[in-house]
Design a protein around this ligand. Structure first.
Ligand SMILES: Nc1ncnc2c1ncn2[C@@H]1O[C@H](COP(=O)(O)OP(=O)(O)OP(=O)(O)O)[C@@H](O)[C@H]1O
Ligand SMILES: [Mg+2]
Length: 400
């Protein structure tokens, strides 16, 4: 037998009466476990010490070491070993002592039904087997639990790293967004400052200076608003603005910062809806949309030979409960498959240095904050319309 073969379970039988010992041994012929029979306690103990024991079937009264004593040794050698005590008479004392030793069962001698002995031994083996199987499962569960705990803590670590990098990415977007948004008013300030330098009319100079103060205030507000994004200023804001005024200001700023003629952009208004929003933020929305439109038509109609003229129009009106503003251009249009991506941060089709891809993302974020929407409709080679809607403030009725 190879030493690496799985060891067979062991039944140790001990009885000093040879007839009974033989009888018992014969009952277990052909069982799956190895059966060792001993006429006395000492030799049984030796065998257990050297080769282990799973089930001990022993006479209680042996000339040398008693059956209960043997059982104690068996449990010392193999903690989950089971013992069945054979006793000449089932005295209460014997049964109690056997129970104290955690004996599995007892048999009264002479055994009336030899198959009953075999059944009891089989049950004892089954108990040993199940106990071991349970412990194996418990160990496996423990091991799996350990693995799960390790995986969980790894996940937690990964998650906190992700949150950290997400935060860093957020800071990157924020910084880029601030740079993006202050560039238009900053160019406005520079343009006006240059105008002042070349102006001699004191009144005009005064007017430019006032505008510079206004744009500088815008810049300050943009920085404050953008850095306070998470605080959701939209909900706590109770002011209101006239949409047309905001659009006019935005167009002026774009014209100033891109140094293009004012006539490039036309503003058409039907009605003068008011909306609940911070003017400087809403102005950012239209600066971005109008700037995109102007850039699109300038690019598209760059070739003077073509004869076509670039047109940008902003139409303000009211639909139902909404104030609506449409920024319309006859530029190159946006391919259908890109129309959902253009609002993603950093998505741009412009060459490096010309666009950061933040404009529309800022538009989207500001409008969402004020419960507004932005939608795009575009046909290639015909043009693009961005439609902005914001809940309109109803004018107070006379009675109230
Ligand atoms: N009116 C338009 N016509 C055609 N394409 C447009 C128009 N508006 C936006 N797009 C497309 O959407 C992209 C994203 O616009 P967005 O304003 O977010 O970034 P950008 O204009 O590329 O860069 P930035 O605004 O940072 O200067 C543009 O690069 C362009 O491809
Ligand atoms: Mg843009």
């Amino acid at each position: 037998m190879g030493s690496d073969a799985p060891e067979k379970a062991r039944l140790i039988i001990v009885d000093d009466e040879p007839v009974i010992l033989n009888l018992l041994r014969s009952v277990f012929d052909g069982e799956a476990y190895s059966v060792l029979a001993f006429p006395d306690g000492r030799s049984a103990l030796e065998a257990m010490e050297s080769g282990g024991v799973d089930v001990l079937l022993t006479d209680k009264n042996l000339p040398d070491i008693g059956g209960l004593e043997l059982l104690r040794h068996a449990k010392r050698i193999q903690a989950d070993a089971e013992g069945i005590i054979i006793t000449g008479y089932a005295s209460l004392d014997t049964v109690l002592a056997a129970m104290q030793l955690d004996a599995f069962d007892y048999i009264v001698k002479p055994p009336k039904d030899i198959f009953d002995v075999r059944r009891k031994v089989r049950q004892a083996f089954e108990k040993v087997r199940m106990g071991r199987e349970n412990r194996r499962l418990m160990a496996e569960i423990k091991e799996r639990n350990g693995e799960l705990e390790r995986a969980l803590s790894e996940l937690r670590e990964l998650q906190s790293e992700l949150i950290q990098s997400e935060k860093l990415a957020g800071i990157g977007v924020l910084a880029a967004g601030i740079a993006h948004e202050i560039s238009s008013p900053l160019f406005g300030v520079m343009g006006l400052a240059e105008a002042i330098a070349e102006e001699s009319d004191a009144d005009l100079m005064h007017g430019y200076a006032n505008e510079i103060v206004e744009y500088a205030t815008n810049i300050k507000e943009i920085v404050v608003q953008l850095s306070g994004y998470s605080r959701d200023a939209g909900r706590e804001y109770h002011g209101e603005v006239e949409l047309q005024q905001v659009v006019d200001d935005a167009v002026r700023l774009v014209v100033l910062s891109l140094a293009i003629p004012l006539s490039t952009v036309r503003v058409v208004c039907e009605g003068s809806p008011r909306v609940a929003a911070r003017g400087s933020e809403l102005q950012q929305v239209f600066v971005n949309l109008v700037k995109n439109a102007v850039e699109a038509v300038l690019e598209h109609h760059a070739d003077p030979e073509s004869g076509a003229q670039g047109l940008v129009e902003v139409r303000v009106d009211v639909v139902g409960r909404y104030a609506r503003a449409r920024v319309i251009d006859n530029g190159p249009g946006i391919p259908a498959e890109q129309q959902s991506t253009i609002f993603d941060p950093f998505y741009t089709t412009k060459p490096p240095g010309r666009g950061t891809g933040l404009g529309l993302n800022i538009v989207y974020r500001i409008l969402t904050k004020y419960r507004g929407t932005v939608q795009v409709e575009s046909t290639l080679d015909e043009g693009t319309t961005f439609e902005v809607r914001l809940p309109k403030i109803e004018p107070l009725s006379d009675e109230s």
